[in-house]
Write a protein that binds this ligand. Structure first.
Ligand code: GLY
Length: 393
């Protein structure tokens, strides 16, 4: 009986494996799907606005103004789709989106300049080499540095308000890529010095002994000390908000790429270990919205965190070897396969044109809960193209 069971299981597993597309086909299928979905999204978008999400209630695309922190992801996704497909209509739409967000080059209202301008203009410059994009990126980097606070050796994320005096959130690691790029592209060493100083301060203060990240640290500008370690979007101050872990993983991997500072690489490896060896990471590797969410295993999943993990793990895999490399690549592959399945990927012509369903923006505020989000799509596309570049081409 046992032998028969094993034989049948073996056959089923072989059939399942056989039924899965290879990664080349999976990437081709997703990018061709994206080409059509984003053309559909473009047709729904109100003039001069950027996509934000899709409302399950009204069944309509929800858009935002250009100062929303996500305003660069639409153009960024379009550039990734163009890079793969060469579709000129997609490129034209990407260029149109860039023009709309250009005034953000001087925006100083928060720390999100990297998300807004590097994911959009950074990709545009990388792909086209159009010199007109360069001063825009350099202006955006300069705008970001206006938020650097020497007394705390970090960039202030949000303005002070009722809840925080000088908040620095782990997400801020992502904006450092714009600064590193600026230093390498004529902006001078100050940009990189600020990025490195911020990364070192975050490394010293933002992580727990188990290598999970706090979300928000509130600093005292007078003393330079951390006054509170807390959360805004996580389940609790002491919890591991899933996307926050992804921002940290991606951020330190990216900073290692620029600096080759082994401390950043070691932290990134440990952050990956926290995520991948976590007993609360489901087998399909799309995390709950918080690793400590109440109600696991019935808590909501966050596709955006899975996209981000996949993209970050693929870059990190290029810096390590052996079993660790294998684990990072195969985990990213599982994430991409799960996200590509009907459980997460929308049907064509639905979902407001977004590729993925089931992300969580800010559950404690009941904002963007179990909906599509621009950055879930952006990092999904990025991860697919990274897999192609590093493991197929
Ligand atoms: N604050 C950016 C995010 O929601 O991940």
């Amino acid at each position: 009986m046992k032998k028969l069971f094993v034989a049948v299981m073996g056959c089923c597993m072989a059939c399942c494996l056989y039924a899965q597309p290879d990664m080349k086909s999976l990437i081709e299928d997703n990018l061709r799907f994206a080409e059509k979905q984003y053309a559909y999204m473009a047709s729904l978008l109100p003039k001069d606005s950027m996509p934000k999400t899709f409302s399950p209630k009204t069944q309509k695309l929800v858009s935002s103004d250009i100062q929303w922190w996500c305003s660069g992801f639409y153009a960024g996704s379009l550039w990734y789709i163009y890079e793969y497909t060469g579709n000129q209509n997609i490129r034209q739409e990407a260029e149109r989106a860039l023009q709309i967000i250009e005034p953000n080059r001087h925006y100083t209202g928060n720390h999100d300049l990297g998300f807004m301008m590097y994911c959009s203009y950074g990709n545009a410059y990388r792909i086209t080499n159009n010199p007109a994009y360069k001063p825009i990126l350099l202006d955006a980097a300069a705008a970001l540095t206006t938020r650097y606070r020497p007394s705390i050796k970090a960039i202030q994320s949000w303005d002070s308000g009722k809840s925080f005096k000088c908040p620095v959130i782990v997400d801020n690691m992502m904006n450092l890529e714009l600064l590193e790029w600026a230093s390498l592209n004529g902006g001078g060493a100050t940009f990189s010095n600020i990025a490195i100083t911020h990364a070192n301060t975050t490394l010293a203060n933002h992580f727990r002994p188990d290598y999970s990240a706090y979300h928000v640290l509130d600093y005292n500008l007078a003393t330079g000390q951390v006054s509170r370690k807390t959360t805004a979007q996580g389940a609790a101050d002491s919890s591991a908000w899933a996307r926050g872990q992804g921002w940290a993983l991606y951020g330190y991997t990216m900073m290692y790429r620029f600096t080759k500072d082994e401390r950043y690489l070691n932290l990134a490896r440990n952050l990956a270990g926290f995520i991948l060896n976590n007993p609360n990471l489901p087998q399909d590797k799309v995390p709950y919205w918080d690793f400590d969410a109440p109600g696991i295993p019935d808590a909501l999943r966050d596709a955006s965190a899975a996209s981000l993990f996949a993209s970050a793990l693929l870059e990190l895999s290029t810096f390590v070897n052996g079993a660790e490399k294998k684990q990072f690549v195969s985990s990213a592959e599982t994430m991409l396969r799960t996200l590509s399945s009907g459980a997460y990927r929308a049907e064509a012509g639905t979902n407001g044109g977004f590729l993925l369903m089931h992300s969580v923006g800010a559950l404690p505020y009941n904002s963007e809960v179990d909906v599509p989000l621009t950055y879930a799509d952006y990092y999904f596309l990025e991860a697919l193209l990274r897999y192609k570049k590093w493991y197929l081409d």
